[in-house]
Design a protein around this ligand. Structure first.
Ligand SMILES: NC(=O)C1=CN([C@@H]2O[C@H](COP(=O)(O)OP(=O)(O)OC[C@H]3O[C@@H](n4cnc5c(N)ncnc54)[C@H](OP(=O)(O)O)[C@@H]3O)[C@@H](O)[C@H]2O)C=CC1
Ligand SMILES: CC(=O)N[C@@H](CCC(=O)OP(=O)(O)O)C(=O)O
Length: 344
């Protein structure tokens, strides 16, 4: 048995914080210390996370360097822009895993264009399944967890661009459940507007996940990959279903593409290329740290088409964060992470 790892969760009243706590309660070497929030500080955690029965007696405290002190690992599940200054006040030997966007982008120009202001710098990127991605995470003391859309899109296309199966110009359309937008009330998330409707937003290359997807795919390809990304909001709580496509290189057929994908993910515990004929559904990933993939060749259009499904709160955020903590601490990467979803 490894030594106990004491963790704090900042943003514990939110969706990502709640999912982190759910997973951490099932982690055999973790003990949960501070649970922090902002406007809900002083309230019972159970008022916001009633499903976390073992933590029913906990009270949320304000998020600060002081309340987060004395932990081996600090998870930050805060709004964009809140992590950088806080993390700078935490000791260098503490593992800080940031679910927000502050340290994901390496390109200061892309940061300025999509987020604005001073680039806070980049940290090791928390998608171990990208080519070479695991190496930077082993022993890391700072980790930037990917955005949920970039996780689904990058897992769908990285093998294709890395193996030069396709031209470096990809189209990604991804449908997300509403938990992707967090739990703070927003007019466009009212049940009356979301239920029974699907809508596009951030259309025309302006969503802030566009440069993150391009960053990941360009690194995998070793050359610049252009990305056209359109997010959709659909009436479900959790999940992202991504459809990604790109023009096939001459001579590449489905058998060759499948071989590349099956080889790329053969040893990955959380990514599964489904048997031919089965297509990913978000419902199969609910609560699991999994990504399910399937691919097809559209011979008329001359394109590779890949579909991926993830749970935005699990492999898309909190599960990835725990996976990265395991790597950072030298624990088996799969520790405490479910691969079994909830059905129906
Ligand atoms: N939801 C998702 O699917 C994904 C989320 N993420 C990222 O995770 C982070 C959290 O997202 P999510 O859980 O959805 O958001 P929520 O809105 O559900 O939760 C936000 C949390 O941050 C706290 N908070 C708000 N303002 C401040 C502040 N000024 N200082 C300190 N704490 C503050 C809130 O506390 P209180 O309620 O008490 O004010 C709450 O605990 C974001 O950066 C998001 O981008 C990443 C991938 C996917
Ligand atoms: C449905 C929905 O609104 N989704 C969010 C993405 C959430 C996420 O993963 O991204 P960040 O960590 O970068 O916020 C959005 O499009 O802004």
């Amino acid at each position: 048995m490894s030594a106990e790892v004491r963790v704090a969760v900042a943003g514990a009243s939110g969706y990502a914080g709640g999912e982190l706590l759910r997973l951490l309660l099932g982690h055999p070497t973790v003990s949960i210390g501070a649970v922090t929030a902002h406007s809900s500080a002083g309230e019972p955690l159970a008022a916001h996370q009633p499903h976390l029965l073992p933590l029913a007696d906990r009270v949320l405290v304000e998020t600060s360097a002081e309340t987060l002190a004395g932990h081996d690992v600090v998870f930050l599940a805060l709004p964009h822009g809140q992590s950088h200054a806080l993390a700078a006040q935490l000791p260098d030997d503490v593992v800080v895993v940031d679910c927000g966007a502050d340290h994901r982008l390496t390109d200061a120009l892309a940061w300025d264009r999509f987020y604005g202001g001073q680039h806070p710098g980049s940290w090791p990127y928390g998608l171990p399944e990208l080519p070479g991605g695991r190496d930077a995470l082993r022993g890391a003391r700072r980790v930037a967890v990917p955005g949920c859309y970039p996780t689904g899109a990058s897992l769908a296309l990285a093998p294709a661009v890395a193996a030069d199966l396709v031209e470096p110009s990809v189209v990604v359309v991804a449908a997300s459940g509403t938990s992707g937008a967090g739990r703070a009330p927003k007019p466009h998330l009212l049940a009356a507007q979301v239920l029974g409707s699907a809508s596009a937003y951030g259309v025309g290359g302006v969503h802030r996940h566009t440069p993150e997807i391009a960053q990941n795919l360009s690194a995998a390809a070793g050359t610049a990959v252009s990305v056209s990304f359109t997010p959709l909001l659909v009436p479900m709580s959790r999940g992202i279903l991504t459809t990604a496509s790109a023009p096939l290189r001459a001579g590449v057929d489905l058998a060759a593409a499948r071989t590349v994908y099956e080889k790329a993910y053969a040893d990955e515990p959380f990514v599964r290329v489904l048997p031919e004929g089965q297509w990913p559904e978000t419902s199969s990933t609910v609560g699991a740290n999994t990504a399910l993939l399937q691919l097809a060749v559209d011979e008329v259009a001359g394109r590779l088409v890949v579909v991926s499904a993830i749970d935005n709160l699990t492999k898309g955020t909190a599960g990835a964060a725990v996976q990265c903590m395991n790597l950072a601490l030298g624990l088996p990467e799969t520790t405490g992470l479910p691969v079994v979803g909830v059905a129906p």
